[in-house]
Ligand binder design. Sequence first.
Ligand SMILES: [Zn+2]
Length: 80
Amino acid sequence: MCLWGPRSAPPICGGRAGPTGEVCQMKTFACGAVVPGCTAEFAAETEEGLFEQIARHAREEHGLDEVPEELIRQVRANIR
Ligand SMILES: [Zn+2]
């Protein structure tokens, strides 16, 4: 479930519109910010949800069974 913000909210995730035409306030992360060349992008309503997606992606696409602490820091710094 997405928390669609009020119509007056600033577009903080690129201005993508939700099902009701409102701007989504989800947190987003582009893997390319920490893994040069990777084009994967993620969006979730919470940081926890975002990290779940990133951890799965890191395992399946980058062969990382666990996301290293350093990478988590970089990811956190690049969440928009
Ligand atoms: Zn990636």
